[in-house]
Ligand binder design. Structure first.
Ligand code: NAI
Length: 308
């Protein structure tokens, strides 16, 4: 199993590290446009192999896509991250050009690749890849919901002072502060609805804190987060590489599902060896349906900024 990670910055390197630590891939190629940067990150990571007991071979390359040839899965993290006070949508100008070039270079050398798009604004970047490449929609996956759901579970566990492993919950919709739809009605603690433990006001606060999860960290760190994003991407990569048939909310191209058309937005999907194996239809309350429509309108507006 060969995996390429484009962008050896904060998220790309963290993602490569988690993939290596989980030790399911034979090879990870880190590629960056900055001379020597991916080589340095790869060497540093390889020097953790004996400490962290993995055999995955990590190599770094400067913009040489021939070294990515035959990749089964490729992750696109190249682009600029937001600074405090910025929205993800403000990154579109620079990142759209990068994502377009990177995706076509990856496909040229790995025609059977499954692409995972991470660069922001992620839903719009996923849509861009859908519109500008010939890849079937099951092989274009946007990562946002897996991260947002992890942040939701963190906030739920915090509110209930419960172990995170007892919590289940999911965030669908667009990967933006306003667009996320935390499914509070489906969230559980040991299979019991969280509404049994938390008041409506507290649940609303949990949902609100979840939605600004990325912005909160950007304010604290001065740039966007990397551990949880890297771990979330590695979870998607592992589900595909190991054919786990595991459910994650991911951005995918919709043709009528959830009442939406011609848009990439976060919905629950099953990930396995074919990428997105199917979209899961989770029943939504009327309020959640309305939030999903509102979220989709926001993503469509951002998509309108693309020069397709
Ligand atoms: P970073 O600045 O640490 O790393 C980005 C890397 O991309 C840099 O090393 C840069 O040299 C490289 N790069 C730029 N243009 C390139 C090109 N044409 N080809 C190859 N490499 C290129 O940024 P960070 O924090 O890793 O974030 C990366 C992206 O991921 C940002 O757009 C950020 O907003 C997004 N992100 C998305 C998340 C999600 O849930 N979807 C979560 C966190 C970040």
């Amino acid at each position: 199993m060969k995996i390429t990670v484009v962008g050896a910055g904060a998220v790309g390197a963290s993602c490569a590290e988690y993939i290596a630590i989980k030790d399911f891939a034979s090879e990870v190629v880190l590629l960056d446009i900055k001379e020597g940067y991916a080589e340095g990150k790869a060497m540093d990571l390889m020097q953790t192999a004996s400490l962290n007991s993995f055999d995955t071979k990590i190599t770094g390359v400067t913009n040489d896509y021939s070294k990515t040839a035959g990749s089964d899965i490729a992750v696109i993290t190249s682009g600029i991250p937001r600074k405090p006070g910025m929205t993800r949508e403000e990154l579109i100008g620079i990142n759209a050009g990068i994502v377009k070039t990177v995706s076509s270079s990856l496909i040229e050398h790995s025609p059977n690749v499954i692409l995972i798009v991470v660069s922001n604004p992620m839903d719009t970047m996923t849509y861009l890849v859908h519109k500008t490449t010939d890849l079937p929609k099951n092989r274009i996956i946007g990562m946002g919901g897996a991260l947002d759901s992890a942040r939701f579970k963190y906030r739920l566990a915090e509110a209930m002072e419960a172990p995170i492993s007892d919590i289940d919950g999911m965030v669908i919709g667009g990967h933006s502060d306003k667009g996320m739809v935390p499914l509070t009605s489906h969230a559980t603690r040991n299979s019991i609805k969280v509404s049994e433990f938390l008041s409506d006001e507290r649940l609303e606060k949990v949902a609100a804190d979840t939605k600004v999860g990325g912005a909160t960290l950007t304010g604290l760190l001065g740039t966007s987060a990397w551990y949880a994003p890297g771990a979330a991407v590695s979870g998607l990569v592992q589900a595909i590489a190991c054919d786990q048939k595991k459910m994650f909310p991911c951005s995918t191209y919709l043709e009528g599902e959830y009442g939406l058309n011609d848009i990439c937005i976060g919905v629950p999907v099953i990930l396995g060896k074919n990428g997105i194996e199917r979209i899961v239809d989770v029943p939504l309350s009327d309020a959640e349906k309305a939030k999903m429509q509102e979220s989709a309108a926001g993503v469509t507006k951002t998509n309108g900024l693309l020069e397709l």
